[in-house]
Design a protein around this ligand. Structure first.
Ligand code: GLC
Ligand code: CA
Length: 535
């Protein structure tokens, strides 16, 4: 049995969570000051995004020293205090291991650039390379004139990919895991873990580098070795799997394979990408959304895999602005979306601010954006003849910065995030959308999320039941059924701002939670209505 079945994880984007010293940048002491708030949500773990030494080209996903704290976020003593205090509250930290690549400022890469053979073999240098594109735009290969070679970077040129085929590299990375485990960390999130095993030969066609590197030939072996050699098999581990397949995710997470406790996949967050292009807008295809969840949830269940389930993280726009309605049905749609995720089979993740219904940033100028990806794609769109106005519109819906604005704690200056000016603009709606307001309202999104987290602890059918999707004969309404022995739970979610007619939903039983207090009718659902019934 996967012991994380009734757990919930809270994700913190450290730079934007809470600033303790007024420099406008969230930090470890800021996190420590909010542990009681996190505890009040009922969650078991905190995944905190990388705060290790880094030139911050990709906000910390470019690590220059894996075993030290970036002074911008605090000290090692602050880190230890944060871990220990959380432990006293019964919360475990999961640290974020960025092992597909390092920063170009890492000492390994610096030595490689000097021509040191040992360290050149830590990375992927080639004389001849295919035409591959990187995730953040541009080529995936960077030429080094002094070496007369190219090196591979699936992301920014300042994020060179590590060579996992080299056993010394694997040992170095295991030591990083051992180091943090020794500090009392209770679990790990592994960044883009399914990209670590590269093709044997690079004599390959042109295309996106990701396509050629995902779920590579040795990926399962490498993960098993990393997990078993460091003794973290019994800790909570989650792998971020880019463009992966269901078959691989079953392997990554079935306990028989001794790999991970769970993994993230992203197919459900591409149903509003026009022709698969993130930078082309389209309304969400709800039929596709439903079919993806049906396939992944049912197959993982049948084959003993385990999902990490989520809508939001630091790479995604805010869900209430995306599949919900941040205007008229802000509260209803935020609760419906939360219910949909938290009643699924898998371990739910809540991203900071999601629990108070934080929205997209509504930035109006390119200078408001801070993310390397947003800035690169803005330029690419302009080069492709898209007007500035349209490019800004795309960013306002797709940029990762939408999920990276500071946590809205109260209606005071800087939303209570910092005494100084924040590193990135704070959305104007913080006056109305903030933790303080939510705490005062019994019917708030925040209090609703607390109930969702508790339901998973109280009912084994939620944490442990099987899952089957129901055909409601209306693509706007997604419904599923969980069963465990005699217990049956029916979860119904209307993804539309209209009343919707549905079929095939049995309606006896007790309502466990809903975003409408009374008058539940199982043939017509109100706008964004959700209801969970147990019999
Ligand atoms: C992951 C991270 C993202 C980062 C990328 C490269 O997708 O979540 O923020 O840019 O990996 O490390
Ligand atoms: Ca700070």
């Amino acid at each position: 049995m996967n012991k994380y079945k009734n757990s919930t994880v809270y994700q913190i984007y450290v730079k934007s969570f809470c600033d303790s010293n007024g420099d406008g940048i969230g930090d470890l002491n800021g996190i420590r000051s909010k542990l009681k708030y996190i505890k009040s949500l009922g969650v078991d773990y905190i995944w905190v995004t990388p705060f290790f030494c880094s030139p911050m080209v990709d906000n910390g996903y470019d690590v220059s020293d894996y075993k030290n704290v970036n002074p911008m976020f605090g000290s090692m003593a602050d880190c230890e205090a944060m871990i220990n205090e959380a432990e006293k509250l019964g919360i475990g930290f999961m640290f974020d291991m960025v092992f597909n690549h390092t920063s170009s400022e890492h000492e390994w890469f610096k030595k490689a650039l000097e021509g040191d053979k040992k360290y050149m073999d830590y990375y992927i240098f080639r004389d001849e390379v295919p035409e591959w594109t990187a995730s953040f735009g541009g080529s995936a290969w960077e030429f080094v004139p002094s070496l007369n070679k190219w090196y591979l970077h699936l992301f920014d040129p300042k994020q060179p990919d590590l060579n996992w085929e080299n056993p010394e590299v694997r040992e170095e990375l295991k030591n990083v895991v051992r180091f943090w485990k020794g500090k009392g960390v209770k679990g790990f999130r592994f960044d883009v873990l399914n990209l670590i095993s590269k093709p044997e030969s690079f004599n390959l066609p042109s295309g996106s580098a990701h396509t050629f590197c995902k779920d590579g030939r040795h990926v399962h072996e490498f993960i098993r070795e990393l997990v078993t050699d460091t003794g973290i098999e019994n800790l909570i581990t989650v792998g971020e799997m880019a463009s992966t397949t269901l078959e691989n995710c079953i392997k990554y997470t079935n306990p028989e394979n001794h790999e991970l406790s769970m993994c993230f996949s992203f197919h459900h967050l591409k149903v509003d990408y026009k022709d698969g292009n993130k930078w082309a807008l389209m309304p969400a295809d709800l039929k596709k959304l439903r079919n993806l969840f049906k396939e992944w949830q049912e197959e993982m269940s049948i084959n003993g895999g385990w999902n990490a389930v989520f809508w939001c993280n630091h790479d995604q726009p805010r869900i209430v602005s995306r599949f919900g309605d941040e205007g008229k049905y802000w509260k209803h749609s935020a609760k419906m979306l939360g219910t949909f995720i938290h009643m699924l089979r898998g371990t739910p993740y809540i991203f900071q601010g999601e629990e108070i219904g934080m929205t997209n940033a509504h930035f109006k100028e390119i200078s408001d954006y801070k993310d390397v990806e947003a800035i690169n794609y803005f330029n690419i769109m302009l080069e492709n003849g898209i007007s500035e106005r349209d490019a800004l519109k795309v960013l306002s819906e797709r940029a990762r910065d939408n999920g990276r604005t500071p946590m809205q704690w109260n209606a005071e200056k800087n939303a209570g995030f910092s005494d100084g000016e924040a590193w990135i603009k704070i959305p104007e709606n913080y006056i109305n959308i903030n933790v303080e307001v939510e705490e005062k309202d019994e019917d708030s999104i925040l209090n609703y999320y607390r109930k969702l987290v508790k339901l998973r602890k109280d009912f084994a059918v939620i944490s442990d039941g099987d899952i089957k999707f129901i055909d409601t004969e209306n693509e706007k309404v997604i419904a599923y059924r969980r069963t465990l022995g005699n217990e049956v739970l029916t979860v119904i979610c209307n993804f539309s701002s209209n009343s919707e007619h549905v079929k095939n939903i049995a309606h006896n039983g007790k309502v466990l939670i809903s975003n409408y207090e009374t008058n539940h009718n199982f043939e017509i659902l109100r706008p964004y209505e959700t209801v969970v019934v147990k019999f």
